[in-house]
Design a binder for this molecule. Structure first.
Ligand SMILES: *Cc1c(COP(=O)(O)O)cnc(C)c1O
Length: 360
């Protein structure tokens, strides 16, 4: 006899991150995890180094400095902010709090993988809402609503498709949900969005008791390795999160670096400007090769190839040149790869390598 996991646990496929190594390359170009190609703010790096001098200390479990800085930056109450070990932890904690066995979790057909995993971890059923050419609207989500629906996860912009749901559609989605269904709006790429009416769902959080908006320091802020994210929640949801989170889930160097990163507006603006310059260029160049590059509001581009065989060959051809992209078959998108926006020469290298690959 040995300890037996709960029913369903062993049916969960472990999450696999983006590949980091290319055989034969000491410093490959990693474009597989939507990291910031400009790195992190030097101020954040310095704050992290300073924090190294007191690693014997427990972090501030209440994350006060960072929450107050976030509250001031976003004009929201610090008491309604909860930090996590990456926003992923918060997405998982919400599932842990609100799901009962048999409940349903709605997510976009090609939504972020965590949503499906969070459902399965809690003996709930992930229910995909249909996309149309990588796009989705409120009606598509609401067509899958059932009395068992408990949480709706929406990544906006979505990863891996890059699709941005317009603000009026997000409002329509919320308006169609019963009050006891939680809408989680995941703004992992919020800093890159330039749409005038985009607020990452903060307006809905202010107005309703069933909406949470999550953010992360992993993407535009370039602190993925430190694992720090946060959520803006209605008071009762913040209270529930604070009861179940582990006491020191946001580590001290991460808190320090995040505070410093938040202060460096120039770095974020430079990062966003870089992405806004290269996303349209990449889309144009890749489409000119006869492939299908989808529009993207994030720092990455989904590329459609002829089929899964060609996608795998393209991935291997890029890998042979030290360029690592993400195979997104596991996201339910066979025949596609996802590339993160890189530095100028890296973007050009990907396009050149794809062109060479497609050469008859
Ligand atoms: C990267 C990503 C996250 C997770 O970010 P962490 O804060 O590093 O856990 C969440 N949602 C989406 C859509 C992402 O792409």
């Amino acid at each position: 006899m040995e300890p037996e996991p709960r029913a369903g646990i062993l049916d969960i496929m472990p999450y696999k991150g983006g590949v980091a190594d290319a055989p034969g390359f000491a410093a490959p170009v990693k474009l597989s995890s939507n990291e910031n190609c400009l790195g992190a703010s030097p101020r954040a790096t310095q704050a992290y180094a300073r924090a190294a001098a007191s690693l014997e200390r427990y972090p501030d479990g209440g994350v006060q400095h960072l929450r107050e800085a976030l509250a001031a930056a976003h004009d929201i109450p610090a008491a309604q902010i909860v930090c996590g070990n990456g926003s992923d932890e918060i997405l998982q904690m919400l599932a842990h709090i609100y799901l009962r066995p048999g409940d349903e979790v709605l997510h976009a057909q090609n939504g972020f993988l965590t949503y499906k995993l969070a459902a399965l971890q809690n003996n709930a059923t992930p229910v995909p809402a249909p996309e149309n050419d990588m796009q989705i609207n409120a009606a598509a989500f609401l067509s899958k609503l059932s009395p068992k629906t408990r949480i709706v996860y929406l990544a906006n912009p979505n990863n891996p498709t890059g699709f941005l749901m317009p603000a009026d559609e997000v409002r329509a989605l919320h308006a169609g949900l019963p009050e006891n269904v939680l809408l989680v709006i995941d703004g992992a790429y919020a800093e890159y969005v330039r749409a005038d009416d985009y607020d990452g769902g903060f307006g809905l959080v202010r107005a309703y008791k069933n909406v949470v908006a999550t953010r992360t320091f992993s993407k535009a802020y370039g602190l993925a390795g430190l694992r720090i994210g946060w959520a803006f929640c209605p008071p009762r949801i913040a209270d529930a999160l604070n009861r179940i989170r582990s006491p020191f889930n946001a580590n001290a160097p991460a808190q320090a670096a995040a505070c410093a990163a938040l202060d460096d507006r120039d770095f974020i603006e430079k990062s966003a400007a870089h992405v806004q310059k290269w996303v349209p260029w990449l889309i144009r160049e890749i489409n000119a090769l006869g492939l299908k590059a989808y529009p993207s509001a994030g720092n990455f581009i989904l590329i459609g190839l002829a089929d899964e065989m060609q996608a795998q060959k393209a991935e291997a051809a890029l890998m042979a040149k030290g360029l690592i992209v993400r195979n997104v078959k596991g996201f339910g998108l066979p025949g596609c790869v996802r590339m993160t926006v890189g530095l100028e020469d890296q973007n050009k290298a990907v396009v050149a390598a794809l062109a060479a690959f497609l050469q008859p």
